[in-house]
Design a protein around this ligand. Structure first.
Ligand code: 4AD
Ligand code: MG
Length: 452
């Protein structure tokens, strides 16, 4: 049975036999020995293997080992006299599983740029940084479930193929067999697309089970080639019955703090790597977010601040226009220097399902903006009043018949309810400090780009 390096380094069973398997990072020969650094992906650290010339395949295999080859090693763990490591493995057997031609293996010892690595989506998880991102992402995903399960939220698997464009922005990818000649021939009897959000379906379950969440892939055919947009991304969407905007903001804030804490406590080595090499001061930033209250202003106050700012923005600022990333970042990075919740946006720039405020001009929306990223969470209280919702849908040009099921939720036992969407990759970006969103998802899909 092989042991993972993470466990070996945690338990340090000195004097005990150990077997492991992994990929060679480096090999160094000195006299009658070779030192081989192995990484098996379980943690950032490598384990140093000592291979002695007495091993039967020393000259034939071990001295030929190059970066990227895969090996299985058995031996006895011993204390290491070398600096920077406590233990090393004295190999009694080292088997080469797969070689990697050093002439062509693209991941050499030097540091590669993330742009270069993006072209190697199939090999980049073998690098320190991308391996660390993968582990932190996995941990954050686990923590998301833990947070909601601990609070008795029920996970709902909402559909990936859907006939409703939740956000109403016309950014759906259409699902087609490629054979349809007319509407009647659509595979589903009508036009369907990939989901842009599971919210509307999550609302159905919230109005039966109380507190629910959906967490899965989401697709948007928006032509945004930025460091914060993907065509396929993961979104977490909790939805809570008997919950207003205040309750919604409270749970979103608690969740964000919980997730940051979880990553810092459970991935300390990976987080230190990010702090040292990716974003200096990252850990202090995250600790600050966990400890401080989030700032809170209304959209109207935000516009006021932006209009008075002594700064040249590319996009205009005016009441009624949506906030752009540069505005969001200015507010969270320069004005408040911490996460910021902006509420009560103009109804005209927000989707039909958001609850209309008493002023009839704004809706009970909330976006959470964080330094370096901008919008990380978008949510709202939902319109639970049948007549108001109907009027909003007509205004938005929505075919009411297609949403009869959604309207039924307001006809039968309607309740105030709220929810939000957390862009999971934006969270991973915020936690790891990675500048580009394409580094925090295994196989990024963006306009003009879908390798693998
Ligand atoms: O603000 P959005 O569009 O909200 C919704 O979809 C709601 N239905 C959520 C809800 O209330 N249940 O998207 C939510 C979040 C954004 O704040 C952002 O973090 C992320 O999803 N997001 C993207 N992330 C990566 N690439 C994209 N193209 C994204 N579009 C949105
Ligand atoms: Mg939004």
């Amino acid at each position: 049975m092989k042991t993972r390096i993470k466990n070996i380094l945690r338990e340090k069973p000195v004097g005990q036999p150990v077997a492991l398997a992994g990929w060679v990072r480096t090999r160094r020969d000195t006299g009658s020995f070779s030192f081989i650094e192995i990484n098996d992906g379980s943690c950032l650290a490598n384990l140093q293997i000592l291979a002695d010339e007495k091993l039967s395949n020393y000259a034939s295999d071990i001295k030929q080992l190059s970066t990227g080859s895969s090996v299985m090693v058995a031996g006895v763990l011993q204390k290491s006299p070398a600096k920077g490591q406590d233990v090393e493995l004295q190999a009694s057997q080292l088997t080469v599983i797969g070689t990697a031609d050093p002439e062509t293996y693209p991941l050499q010892k030097k540091r590669h740029s993330f742009e270069f690595l993006r072209e190697l989506a199939h090999l980049r998880p073998r690098t320190n940084a991308l391996g660390a991102v993968s582990r932190v992402r996995s941990r954050l995903s686990y923590a998301v479930h833990q947070f909601f399960q601990e609070r008795d939220f029920v996970q709902v698997h909402t559909p990936i193929i859907t006939t409703s464009d939740c956000e109403g922005a016309g950014e759906m990818f259409i699902v087609s067999t490629g054979q349809e000649k007319n509407k009647a021939e659509h595979f589903f009897g009508r036009s369907a697309g990939l989901t842009v959000s599971g919210q509307l379906q999550a609302e159905v379950y919230a109005l039966a089970l109380g507190d629910v969440y959906t967490f899965g892939p989401t697709f948007r055919a928006e032509n945004s080639n930025t460091s914060r947009h993907l065509s396929e991304f993961w979104m977490l969407e909790p939805e809570m019955a008997f919950c207003d905007l205040q309750g919604n903001m409270a749970i979103a804030t608690e969740m964000l703090k919980y997730l940051l804490n979880d990553a810092m406590s459970n991935c300390p080595e990976d987080m230190q790597l990010f702090d040292k090499f990716i974003e200096k001061g990252l850990l202090d930033k995250l600790r600050g977010v966990v400890e401080k209250e989030f700032a809170h202003i209304t959209y109207s106050e935000a516009v006021d601040r932006l209009e008075k700012a002594k700064k040249d923005f590319v996009y205009p600022v005016k009441w009624g226009l949506d906030l752009q990333s540069e505005h969001e970042r200015y507010l969270s990075e320069e004005v408040f220097q911490c996460p910021l919740i902006v509420t009560d946006y103009p109804a005209s720039i927000k989707p039909f399902y958001m609850r209309v405020n008493d002023d009839k001009k704004t809706v009970a929306a909330m976006d959470i903006l964080v330094p370096g990223i901008g919008e990380i969470v978008g949510g709202s209280q939902r319109e639970e009043r049948y007549d108001v919702l109907e009027a909003r849908m007509i205004e938005a040009g929505i075919e009411l018949a297609d949403y009869a099921w959604y309207m039924d939720l307001r006809r039968y036992g309607s309740v105030p309810h709220s929810g939000f969407g957390l862009g999971f990759e934006r969270l991973v970006q915020f936690v790891t400090g990675m500048a580009n969103i394409r580094e925090v998802i295994a196989f990024p899909r963006a306009p003009g780009s879908a390798p693998c």
